[in-house]
Design a protein around this ligand. Structure first.
Ligand SMILES: [Zn+2]
Length: 192
């Protein structure tokens, strides 16, 4: 009896160690808090009318976890993956989604990098802004011009919900103010 209790305790510790925090910030819009100890940056997913848009694939493990987390909430398929920028803790698991036939939405500069790497799959590269409407839900994908946090930043903005996924342009760590300033410069360049 004692042994099985210990086993249960160990198992629950193991499960909680890998549990990430997921919160619904607007109806059908989920924020997934990353786990930097496992190389996982923040991300999320959006449940649209007919399909799901996943955001970020930090590594293969995170991609598979995200697929399971979406599957626990809806039977709709993941049709698109948004990559906020081309750093490995955000796009290291892109291959998991590409193998499943998911289309990757990213900054056009990152799309070109994937092409030059010979990465097989379907991509939707955003040059400036792309409006995406499905089932009454509007998402604007905005490609930052020039360098903000990186040369390949793409924001996903949901005006009705007041939600924006920025990737690392706004993170809670040293340097954020400078990143936000860079972002504002990038936005100004985007507008020009
Ligand atoms: Zn980054």
């Amino acid at each position: 009896m004692k042994t099985s209790l210990y086993l249960l305790a160990i198992l629950s510790l193991a499960i909680s160690a890998f549990a990430v925090e997921i919160s619904e910030v607007a109806q059908g819009v989920y924020f997934r808090k990353g786990d930097l100890d496992r190389g996982q940056a923040n991300g999320g997913f959006i449940i649209a009318d007919e399909f799901v848009i996943a955001i970020e694939a930090p590594n293969d493990q995170a991609a598979n976890e995200l697929i399971a987390e979406v599957g626990a909430r809806t039977s709709k398929p993941i049709r698109y993956l948004v990559v906020t920028h081309g750093h490995c803790d955000h796009d290291g698991g892109v291959g998991v989604f590409l193998q499943r036939g998911v289309t990757v939405i990213c900054h056009e500069t990152l799309h070109q990098q994937y092409v030059s790497q010979g990465k097989p799959g379907t991509f939707l590269g955003v040059t400036h802004e792309l409006e995406f409407s499905q089932g009454g839900r509007l998402i604007k994908f905005i490609a930052v011009q020039g360098n903000a946090h990186s040369p390949t930043d793409l924001y996903s903005y949901l005006p009705a919900e007041g939600v924006v996924f920025t990737g690392d342009s706004a993170v809670n760590m040293p340097g954020t103010v400078y990143r936000v300033l860079d972002h504002l410069r990038g936005c100004r360049r985007s507008r020009d």
